[in-house]
Design a protein. Structure first.
Length: 275
């Protein structure tokens, strides 16, 4: 049945393309070939729905009445941040340590505990500085004052939040993204890396962008690129998603150890988004 539908769509689109082209002057055979190639490209881009689950439609949902407070890339300087505003959900987008320093991690957890009364929920994901730490397998235990997400999700008073594990930028499909069902409703997607094009300093992840286009989350929360801090609204297939790069510090990425990171400096406080 799917192949019959695809055959019908192909026949209809090509028939329309050929007759539409015939109404115009054909400058050369090459122009006609390019025109038909574009038509076929449109067919193939739309064929995913014939062969697999259809992703949730792009939507502009009603407000949930929740305040989300977002920080990221504190790199051991959490105690130097401006005072945190209160909210329903506190999110940290990863890199809460300097090169996986355990002292940074334990003090960060203590600091979260000191601010726990400000929030109903606290959610943390890993960054590249934690992804290879010797204590990686114990991250959830070390961060006892937060919900630690690594390729997992949680629901906070009706708000579904999915936290990705850290991966370096991928131009090909990330198989871990398949852990999120096509029918899954995701309100907030957290990944340490920015998605390509948005608050990424031209260093974003193509695979994460494709995931946003599939899930249409209300928020995409990230960090990693310290110089790209900000909030932007998506366009096209990402129209209903706000992209938030909440890097709290600027720093010298040429550093090679925790003892060599004196150039980190706080550049701003938490970003507050209502959803």
């Amino acid at each position: 049945h799917n192949f019959t539908q695809l055959h019908t769509a192909t026949h209809t689109t090509l028939h329309t393309a050929v007759h539409s082209r015939s109404r115009h002057t054909t400058k050369s055979p090459e122009h006609s070939i390019v025109y038909l190639n574009c038509a076929m490209g449109n067919i193939l881009r739309g064929s995913a729905s014939f062969f697999g689950p259809t992703p949730p439609p792009m939507h502009d949902p009603p407000m949930l009445g929740k305040r989300v407070v977002i920080i990221s890339d504190t790199h051991g300087l959490h105690r130097s941040l401006p005072p945190l505003p209160s909210g329903d959900i506190l999110i940290h987008g990863g890199d809460f340590t300097r090169f996986g320093d355990l002292n940074d991690a334990t003090d960060f957890n203590a600091w979260l505990g000191e601010h726990r009364a400000l929030f109903k929920h606290v959610i943390v994901v890993e960054g590249n500085h934690e992804a290879n730490a010797p204590w990686k397998a114990r991250a959830a235990d070390i961060l006892s004052n937060a919900t630690f997400l690594r390729n997992a999700h949680t629901v906070c008073d009706g708000v579904c939040v999915h936290g990705k594990g850290f991966f370096w930028n991928m131009k090909t499909h990330n198989p871990y993204d398949d852990l999120i069902p096509h029918t899954h409703t995701c309100d907030i997607l957290i990944a340490h890396n920015p998605a390509r094009t948005y608050v990424d300093g031209n260093h974003g992840c193509e695979s994460s962008l494709r995931l946003v286009e599939r899930l249409h989350p209300r928020l995409y929360v990230c960090g990693h690129v310290h110089t790209a801090r900000g909030v932007v609204q998506g366009t096209g297939a990402c129209t209903t998603t706000r992209f938030v790069n909440a890097c709290s510090v600027r720093g010298d990425h040429s550093a090679k150890s925790a003892a060599d990171t004196n150039n980190y400096a706080v550049q701003g406080g938490a970003l507050v988004i209502d959803v």
